[in-house]
Design a protein around this ligand. Structure first.
Ligand SMILES: [Zn+2]
Length: 849
């Protein structure tokens, strides 16, 4: 499912969504018994197994993906064959296991001149990602022409709009993204079936289709999850939340493939919602889309898919298949397109004008996967494959029928951006049912400036943000000379994101603060705030005039430096990159001390400092005479969600995952400096031996907690004197904060926010929710039952506290979410500093090196 649940739609119960991406979906609908429906297992097989017939040596080895405009189609690659894995979770369902995909694609490439396969990246666990292109053969010259037209559409849309012959020459790109959730399998099998049908059909309609379109299939976007039978990839990330973060290799591969192919239509194939759920969505609608173009096409194709799925003839009585639902038409809220973290909500910024999540109907993942008979699971998977294939078929039929208009609408998206036109309020009734509740607009500034020099709180963070924007195909320029705007002077070298650009929607959705949408909609099931400008650590300023001499930027300028003056060096630790650099030095055995100026590196380690300055783009300064306490590599035992483990390791900490079970089995604490608790550890459930061992650890070790589980651990273990108050568990977004520590940003991120009252004399408030708001962007209402928990209740309350408990343990409690899904890069250092402080025995306050 795209969501953890769809309470307003199909699921009759309400549950708390998991705050982190890591937890397995605990809210899967219960297994249902559909009785003795007809067996349709034979239909699930898709492409017949003919791997034995493959003359693999006749094809060249698949090349690593580099977008080549100079090669025609077919490309005749030969995919390396993964080892056979009898434990692949697909097998039980009668579906194609991951290791079965490459042989089939090799065979199809051998049999048909319409199929080409490229490897577009590797999964976290190292599995190849396959992008299949289906089209009629193209000479290299024709392929180059297609590339030229595609680039013209994006980069010179006004001219493309005037070129009346363009659409006739251009093959409309269609993108099918399958299996992004690993345990929503059948999109892959439907893709393989469709590829084979298109490859081998003699129907003139197919020939005509392939002359006017290219169909791209990301056959399995999440092979780790497919093999392992889980939603997430091998790192424990939900890839369908990662598009504006791109922390995972699979998400980066999808992003690049979408940018390179620039689809007019995109399907993201999921399961399981009965009856089949087909977008468009409920409000709130993302304010940065050209929504008039988007809703018109997306609704039309949604209706076409509905007709195709219903025409399969499955019935509730016989098959357990309910009629199609379209959230935009059939629901009021609960399935929105507000955050651009999902595939169909990200692709429109690259010109996709019809984009859909499709949820196929019959539940086959946990717990049904374990409890239903194999025959029943295979019956369901066969139907699901049919439904997904029908959605794909309807979509290519739609693109064939609406070919020129879809291309014209894509051009119009880029044209409005390049022209800097204001955000357009979509006319009511543009499609049936489009009412005032559907209208969302934004205000584009003239440009965003990412200043250099003294006005930039972190040059390192600014460089990361610039590189991220460029990786998203957002144009960034650099000022060649100082310029004035809005009464301010920005120095030469400042970065400029001109909002007159084809992909200004994407630039704005990342750089605007966002909006507090609490008043407008009752419920959201995922995040509602994500601003990179506020959460990624760099200073970003919108400006309303732009007169600057600039040059385009392909990559951010280097930011690492070491002063020439001899002597010890200081490194402020306010950014994730600085944490990484410091942990690198510690791992090398450099004798770093932790003092009032940050980390102090001895003069003897100058060479090592220069190396990490270059590697991570961090700036050392000359250290004064400040003294500090010796710092050693911090060894963390973490009962945490997968995204937090990933982030702590990315920061360079040595992390050992622990849990209640691990501690009860007899955990050796001698290799641990700090215990991090946010998930999977209950003090009450520890056995006496584990408690004794933990108490012994707490004499010398520290504790960092986050969230409810962490706060409960603090109370049960008798650490800091504090009462935890839980805000609305649905509340999430970017909040304004205040702190006595000027190094902390004035923002944080929350999901299920907490605050702390009744603080004992040993407790220091490190960071509070601001007295105004505090929500800047997101959704945070009081609980429906009148028990409070809204953002106003959090005003001025302590969000992060620290202290030493009676035994001496240095403890920090987070009520915020500073490592959420690896996204808020500008907040990670706050956790790192808590770890450095906690592991040391200085007794200093957190965040005051
Ligand atoms: Zn899904």
């Amino acid at each position: 499912m795209r969501r953890l649940l769809a309470a307003a739609l199909a699921v009759a119960f309400l549950a708390v969504p998991s705050p982190a991406s890591a937890a397995p979906d605990p809210t899967a609908p219960p297994a249902r018994d559909f009785g003795n429906g007809p067996e349709r297992n034979d239909a699930a097989a898709g492409v017949p197994e003919q791997a034995g017939a493959l003359d693999a040596a006749a094809l060249p080895e698949a090349q690593p993906y580099g977008h080549s405009h100079d090669r025609g189609y077919p490309r005749r690659t030969r995919l390396p064959l993964p080892p056979e894995n009898p434990a692949d979770s697909s097998i039980k369902l009668g579906l194609v296991p991951y290791h079965g995909i490459a042989p089939r694609l090799n065979e199809l490439q051998r049999r048909s001149d319409r199929v080409s396969v490229e490897i577009i990246g590797r999964s976290y666990q190292g599995r190849d990602l396959y992008l299949v292109t289906v089209t009629e053969p193209e000479s290299a010259a024709r392929a180059r022409e297609q590339a030229r037209i595609r680039e013209r559409i994006e980069n010179d849309p006004a001219a493309a709009a005037r070129d009346r012959g363009l659409a006739a020459r251009y093959k409309a790109p269609i993108f099918v993204n399958a299996n992004i959730h690993g345990n929503e399998w059948e999109g892959t099998d439907a893709s393989l079936r469709t590829i084979e049908q298109l490859a081998t059909s003699t129907d003139p309609a197919v020939t005509a289709l392939l002359a006017r379109t290219r169909l791209y299939f990301n056959v399995t976007a999440n092979p780790d999850g497919r093999v392992n039978g889980v939603r997430q990839n091998g790192a424990g990330f939900d890839l369908n939340r990662d598009f504006v973060t791109a922390s995972q290799p699979e998400a980066r591969a999808m992003r690049q493939a979408i940018m390179d192919t620039q689809p007019v239509a995109l399907l993201d194939l999921h399961g399981y919602v009965n009856g089949t759920l087909i977008e468009p969505t409920t409000p709130p609608h993302g304010a940065n889309y050209e929504y008039d173009l988007f809703i018109t096409n997306t609704y039309a194709n949604g209706l076409g898919m509905e007709a195709a799925v219903n025409a399969l003839g499955y019935t509730p009585e016989r098959d357990g298949v309910e009629p199609v639902q379209i959230p935009f038409r059939d629901s009021t809220d609960g399935w929105d397109d507000w955050p651009p973290i999902f595939t169909p909500q990200y692709a429109p910024f690259h010109g996709t004008v019809a984009a859909h999540t499709v949820e196929i109907p019959l539940d086959v993942n946990e717990p049904a996967y374990s409890t239903e008979p194999v025959e029943e699971l295979r019956r369901r998977s066969a139907i699901n494959t049919d439904v997904a294939a029908a959605a794909v078929r309807a979509t290519y039929g739609f693109v064939r029928a609406r070919h020129d208009r879809l291309i014209a609408d894509q051009i119009e998206v880029f044209r409005r951006g390049a022209a800097g036109e204001p955000s357009k309020a979509v006319p009511l009734g543009i499609v049936p049912g489009f009412g005032p509740e559907d209208v969302y607009t934004t205000t584009f500034p003239r440009a965003y400036v990412i200043p250099s020099g003294a006005g930039q709180r972190s040059a390192t963070a600014a460089a990361r943000l610039v590189d991220h924007l460029i990786a998203n195909d957002v144009r960034v320029e650099r000022a060649e000379a100082a310029f004035r705007s809005g009464g301010r002077t920005y120095p030469a070298g400042s970065y400029v994101v001109d909002m007159r650009q084809p992909k200004r929607g994407l630039a704005n959705v990342m750089l605007e603060p966002g909006a507090d949408i609490s008043p407008r909609v009752g419920a959201m099931y995922d995040i509602s705030g994500w601003s990179h400008a506020l959460l990624w650590g760099a200073t970003v300023e919108p400006v309303e005039s732009l007169r600057a001499r600039t040059e385009p930027v392909k990559a951010a300028a280097p930011t690492g430096s070491v002063p020439r003056t001899p002597g010890p060096l200081a490194l402020r630790v306010n950014d994730a990159k600085e944490v990484r650099a410091l942990n690198d030095l510690l791992a090398q055995g450099v004798a770093v001390t932790w003092g009032s100026a940050g980390a102090i590196v001895p003069a003897s380690a100058r060479q090592a400092a220069r190396a990490v300055a270059d590697r991570y783009g961090v700036a050392f300064t000359a250290a004064g005479p400040a003294a500090g306490v010796p710092l050693a590599p911090v060894r963390v035992a973490a009962a945490a969600s997968a995204d937090e483990l990933f982030t702590l390791r990315e920061l360079g900490f040595a992390v050992t995952p622990v849990s209640t079970a691990v501690l009860n089995a007899g955990f050796d604490w001698s290799g641990t400096d700090v215990l991090y608790v946010s998930s999977g550890l209950s003090h009450a459930a520890l056995n006496p031996a584990a408690r004794t061992a933990l108490d012994a650890f707490l004499v010398t070790g520290g504790v960092i907690t986050r969230g409810r589980t962490g706060a409960a651990f603090n109370a049960a273990a008798g650490l800091l004197t504090a009462t935890t108050v839980a805000g609305n568990s649905d509340g999430n977004g970017v909040v304004r904060t205040v702190s006595p520590n000027a190094d902390l940003p004035g923002y944080s991120f929350v999901y299920s926010p907490l605050w702390f009252t009744g603080l004992g004399p040993e407790v220091t408030v490190e960071q509070s929710y601001a007295a105004e708001g505090p929500l800047i962007a997101g959704h945070w209402r009081p609980r429906d039952d009148g028990s409070g928990g809204g953002q106003k209740d959090a005003r001025g309350q302590a969000a992060v506290v620290s202290g030493r408990d009676e035994r001496g343990a240095a403890v920090v409690l987070f009520g915020t979410e500073p490592m959420f899904r690896n996204h808020p890069k500008g907040l990670f250092a706050q956790v790192a500093r808590a770890l450095y402080w906690s592991s040391s025995v200085t007794g200093a306050a957190v965040g005051t090196p």
